[in-house]
Structure formats: C-alpha cells, structure tokens
Write a protein that binds this ligand. Sequence first.
Ligand SMILES: [Cu+2]
Length: 135
Amino acid sequence: MRSGEDAGPGRGSRNGRGGGFGGGQFSINGRLMAENFINERIDFNTTEIWEITNTSPMMHPFHVHNGQFQILDRNGSPPPANEMGWKDTVKVGPSELVRIVMRFTDFRDEENPYMYHCHILEHEDRGMMGQFVIV
Ligand SMILES: [Cu+2]
C-alpha cells in the first residue's frame, strides 16, 4: 500500500513506495502505529487500489475498517473462487503481493480516523496498524 512517510501527523504521503509489512519489526510502510499520526488521507468516494506486500517470514491477515474490498490479484494471478467475494480481511503470505480495490462511500470525517491492521492480536499490539481519514 501507499507509504506514510514521516512528514508529521496528518501528512502521510501517497507515493506508493516503500510499502508493505515487515522491515524487521511489526510495521506497515516502515511505521509502527502512532496515535497522533494519520497514515493516509483518502478521498471520499474514489476508487482505491492498495498493494500489500509482505517482506516478513510469516503470514499476516490484513484487515481494513469502514469498508469492504475485492481482491484484484495475488502475485499477479486472479484470486481463487473463495477469494472473489467482498472481504474485509485478506491473508498475505511471506513474499506475496496482494492488490485490493475498494471505495470508501460512508462516514467522511477529517477528524476521526479508521484503522487498518494485521488481524493477529499480538502483531497489532506491537504496532502493525495504521490510521486513515476519509476527506
Ligand atoms: Cu501479522
């Protein structure tokens, strides 16, 4: 997914570089969860495609709040039948690249963020989580 470079709270960039799980800690896009940092600002009602890569040696189930998505492809191949429906979580295995597509059509709010995170409790507790606002 797009990276949130450390340009200060609410200034997460959208440049698409350096993304993914891993990096030696339980980080996403090189960052641990920080309560005062908005990782992404997403335009209301536009189509989003997020690229989720996993550079760690373990699987991470990536979960997004405030919407559902569809899986475009997994390592460039179409998803299997059981992954073709609407999802709010997708497994991303080691060295995998998964692309998801979604639109955020509800609850536009510049102040109150939603979360995306690994759905393994021990991982999210160690910082594998980020915040986004719909603007
Ligand atoms: Cu995880």
